[in-house]
Design a protein around this ligand. Structure first.
Ligand code: UDX
Ligand code: UDX
Length: 423
């Protein structure tokens, strides 16, 4: 068992702290937002994440999991300090390292001798050196240990990782960090820091490439009269391609793909490589959101000015409450700019949002709507009473941006239906 500090209790930091405590370690997790710490101390999770609440309460009950706003106290006796503070996308697309540098400056003088700082945050290649410089401690090792957590399955992904990547300057340090995860029995990839940081960006950029490829093929299918669902299904049977991350949709969003693809283009540019392929992946993603908006406007008769548009789903994907860089919000803002009155339902969203009327149930969101857009693949939306949906809408028109619903059932109920990539 090791003594661990986790700085930052967000989507990544909280999962890291709770799961490391579950693996038997003594964990002290901090955050600058006192309310978030109070919520966690009460045994409640601030974000929707399957399985996290139970492990949080187990950790609190066992005494292996502490929460506070005191970074200095947390690191004082820690053998390992995980940095899980944001690395948001800067205006120029580069990752903003200011939070990490601020925290490193603060904790540098207080870290336990010979302890190890672990960069969990997705940071630009070379950031491990930046943290080393800021810490100004020759006895402290800084390693990169990128996270591969998907929101909605973060606990599973942490406890059953496909691989553990550790970027360290010496093997002894890498072995110490890999020992923390020994109970996950995952393959360990011990390499240098720059390679570890590149593995993270390359992995996310490739997944985003697969999704953008599926979206581009969907556009081709619409023009060629093919069915993208069957195209990607058949592609997926080839194990070299695989079926995951080939589902067409409104474009990818979230706190990772957009930030990490933009950062990787800049990282490449900074070392003299023009990453044209990845720029194309990003362009397709922006076009995809505009395609959904154009379809909805066409289906509403060529204009949505002064009309109600219903939107089901606001989060960037199902099984999370995360709205960060959600395509659904982008689509809502574009429709609002065209004069539409956007009424939205999402099972995890109750607070108000600019230019969007939040409804408590999916049916009231459809009241007098000229068109309904399905933007997030919440499973509950598939089992609704569509006869009732048709009765409350001004026009029985559905633009299904996730190919979530069953077209034949809707045609029988008199709906006009369009999906993504369907003939
Ligand atoms: C963040 C980064 O966005 C991601 O790239 C990295 O891999 C892990 O950290 P996430 O956990 O989703 O991912 O961010 P967020 O949910 O915003 O959580 C960050 C937390 O850190 C917030 O709760 C924030 O209050 C806290 N924080 C921020 C600190 O505790 N100290 C700071 O100085 C800044
Ligand atoms: C991603 C990576 O999967 C994870 O490994 C990394 O650690 C963090 O970034 P996450 O951002 O939670 O995880 O979401 P993910 O499940 O990857 O989906 C990203 C976006 O792609 C979402 O907007 C999702 O709706 C979209 N997507 C995904 C598709 O449109 N089609 C697909 O087939 C898969």
């Amino acid at each position: 068992m090791s003594c661990i500090a986790v700085i930052g209790a967000g989507y990544v930091g909280l999962t890291t702290a709770v799961c490391l405590a579950h693996l038997g370690h003594q964990v002290h997790c901090t955050d600058v937002v006192a309310d978030r710490i109070a919520t966690l101390r009460s045994g409640m999770t601030p974000n929707v994440e399957e399985g996290l609440g139970e492990l949080l309460r187990q950790g609190l009950a066992s005494g292996r999991l502490l929460f506070s706003t005191d970074n200095i106290e947390a690191v004082r006796n820690a053998e390992f300090t995980f940095l899980c503070v944001p690395t948001p996308q800067g205006d120029d697309g580069r990752a903003d390292m200011s939070y990490i540098e601020q925290v490193a400056t603060q904790i540098g003088p207080h870290l336990a001798p010979d302890s190890i700082v672990v960069n969990k945050s997705t940071v630009p290649v070379g950031s491990t050196r930046v943290v080393e410089r800021v810490l100004q401690r020759s006895d402290i090792s800084v390693v990169s240990n990128p996270e591969f957590l998907r929101e909605g399955s973060a606990v599973h992904d942490f406890l059953h990782p496909d691989r553990i990547v550790i970027g360290a300057d010496d093997e002894g340090t890498a072995m110490k960090v890999s020992g923390l995860f020994i109970r996950t029995s995952a393959p360990i990839i011990a390499t240098d820091p720059a390679t570890a940081e590149t593995i993270k960006y390359a992995s996310n950029a490739f997944l985003a490439t697969k999704v953008s490829f599926a979206n581009a093929i969907a556009a081709l299918c619409e023009a060629a009269g093919a069915d993208v669902r069957q195209v990607v299904r058949a592609m997926g049977y080839d194990p070299r391609i695989g079926s995951d991350f080939l589902r067409p949709g409104p474009g990818w969003g979230g706190s990772c793909f957009p930030k990490d693809t933009a950062a990787l283009v800049r990282i490449a540019e900074d070392v003299g490589y023009d990453f044209g392929l990845l720029k194309g992946v990003i362009t397709v993603n922006q076009e995809q959101r505009a395609r959904v908006v154009a379809k909805a406007i066409r289906m509403a008769g060529g204009s949505v000015d002064g009309k109600v548009v219903a939107l089901w789903g606001l989060t960037f994907k199902a099984r999370t409450d995360d709205l960060r860089d959600s395509p659904a919000l982008d689509i809502a803002q574009k429709l609002s700019a065209q004069g539409a009155r956007v009424r939205a339902y999402d099972p995890t969203v109750r607070h108000s949002l600019d230019n969007i009327e939040i409804c408590d149930d999916p049916y009231s969101a459809c009241a007098n709507a000229e068109v309904l857009i399905v933007a997030t693949e919440w499973d509950e939306l598939r089992w609704l009473d569509f006869a009732k949906v048709g009765e409350v809408m001004a026009s029985r028109t559905i633009m299904d941006a996730r190919n979530l619903l069953e077209p034949s059932m809707l045609y029988e109920l008199g709906f006009m239906y369009e999906g993504i990539g369907l003939a």
